[in-house]
Design a binder for this molecule. Structure first.
Ligand code: UDX
Length: 455
């Protein structure tokens, strides 16, 4: 089978990354979005978000002529054999369930325009049952005789590692119904399997029914979120018992059944996926009558948000400030918050624990100055009332307290002696347990980690 031509409907973080990486794998690719500005940016050779390595791949594949971007669904329908749905599924106003409006409009726009048999592959994170609904939409809106089919293949991209995650995934999962769909899906991923073969790796293809494929994604995210909240719950216990959660995590992580990854205690998880996905998962389970099975995810969420408030109490303790019924009063204190992105190597500030902590410190009266190596523009948009500093040095200048809220290399590798000369008082809260307490203490800093004894 010759390589199918691919369209990616929705060129946000997911769709743009996939479109660019699949062009790199040798496919002819069209990225489609209703947002003309986004399309013009991508077509002009610029990725509208920060993702290491992606800009180069974009420019190379635009130049090679394998990759283009546009706003026309008719163009997509005429061009591609396989259409990937990569539109967003934001949280509804209820704060829990997922909004499927964009999925619906992508499918109902595309389906009537199709003139030959095609495979529509859903990639967006959706509530279980969506693929079957999409199949019904296609049956209603596409010409029946064409035999257009649907498959569902969740993605597992991590921001900051997205290029690797697409080119070298640790597995591909697909809800597939027919031999034809299986054959076309395989051809649409042949580049990934071939690359693995040349590198002597194996990429398992897990073929399932629709519901299982949809659930794999949310189950994986629920597991990861639970792992993080588990270690943060241990951090809470360590704090009252005088123990060190980083040593505890290391020690339990040697057991291969537990594993040492995703056991980093700190300010908790944020971003555009984990918080939203565990809430949508609970809402859907509730609808299906299995709400009780996921009640623990409510607790996972609570543990997670509690960590953000912890910074405020540690700050009050370090600064010897009173804690009233409305919380600590930090008025008149200059605080530097280092980090705004929800994690390093990303400019994404969606549901970022760092910005939430900064906003809480400011609400308690502190004069907060925030610095981030990449996320300043997005942070300013998300939290316009906060004050931003252009450099780390400017942020910490004359500060009475430094809070490391995102573990960027720039902060991990910062010299505590040099920074010590800039601040008004050497106090640091290591919200990500990414600094060496002994090194900072030797440089005269009072150090507080998350779930670690004071130094
Ligand atoms: C996540 C999943 O990892 C990915 O598979 C899915 O497709 C989308 O959601 P991402 O949101 O990019 O990816 O970030 P991830 O690296 O998983 O981190 C999520 C959050 O958890 C970050 O805020 C990070 O700081 C936090 N985290 C992670 C911890 O607090 N401790 C850890 O040990 C690991």
């Amino acid at each position: 089978m010759t390589l199918p031509r691919l369209s990616f409907l929705g060129t946000g973080y997911l769709g743009a990354t996939y479109a660019i990486c699949f062009a790199e794998l040798g496919y002819e690719v069209l990225g489609v979005d209703v947002d003309e500005v986004k399309i013009a940016t991508l077509a002009g050779g610029r990725v509208p978000f920060h993702e290491p390595g992606l800009d180069d791949l974009l420019r190379r594949n635009l130049t090679a002529g394998r990759l283009r971007f546009g706003t026309s669904y008719a163009d997509a329908a005429g061009f591609a054999d396989v259409h990937f749905i990569c539109v967003g599924t934001p949280q509804r106003a209820d704060g829990m369930s997922a909004d499927l409006t964009y999925v619906e409009s992508a499918v109902t726009n595309l389906a009537p325009l199709l003139r030959r048999r095609a495979l529509i592959v859903g990639k967006s994170t959706v509530p279980v049952g969506t693929a079957t609904w999409v199949e019904q939409l296609v049956a209603k809106h596409a010409v029946p005789a064409l035999g257009v089919e649907v498959a569902w293949s969740p993605e597992f991209l991590q921001e900051g590692y997205a290029v690797e995650d697409v080119l070298r995934p640790n597995r591909i999962v697909a809800g597939i119904k027919s031999d034809w769909a299986h054959k076309v899906f395989h051809a649409a991923h042949k580049g990934v399997f071939d690359l693995a073969a040349t590198e002597d790796r194996d990429v398992p293809l897990v073929v399932t029914d629709f519901a299982t494929a949809e659930l794999v994604k949310v189950a994986a995210n629920a597991f990861l979120a639970t792992k993080i909240s588990f270690i943060n719950a241990m951090a809470e216990v360590c704090e009252v018992a005088g123990a060190d959660v980083t040593q505890l995590a290391r020690a339990i992580g040697y057991d291969p059944r537990i594993g040492n990854r995703f056991l980093q205690a700190g300010l908790g998880f944020g971003g555009g996926c984990l918080p939203k996905d565990i809430r949508a998962f609970q809402a859907r389970a509730q609808e299906l009558g299995a709400g009780e099975a996921l009640r623990f995810l409510h607790e996972v969420d609570l543990i997670n948000t509690r960590r953000r408030g912890r910074v405020l109490n540690v700050a009050a303790e370090l600064l010897d400030r009173p804690v009233g019924p409305a919380g600590p009063d930090l008025s008149g204190t200059r605080v530097a918050v280092l980090g705004a992105a929800f994690k390093p190597n990303s400019d994404d500030v969606r549901d970022a624990p760092s910005l939430a902590a900064a906003a809480a410190l400011a609400a308690a009266g502190a004069e907060v100055r925030v610095y981030d190596p990449q996320a300043m523009e997005n942070a300013r948009r998300a939290q316009p009332h906060l004050t931003y500093a252009p450099t780390m040095a400017a942020a910490v200048d004359a500060a009475a307290l430094v809070v490391v809220a995102t573990e960027w290399a720039e902060f991990r590798n910062a010299d505590p002696v040099t920074l010590g000369d800039l601040v008004a008082a050497r106090r640091v809260i290591d919200g990500r347990n990414c600094l060496d307490p002994a090194q900072w203490s030797r440089a005269g800093w009072t150090y507080r980690g998350m779930g670690r004894p004071p130094v």
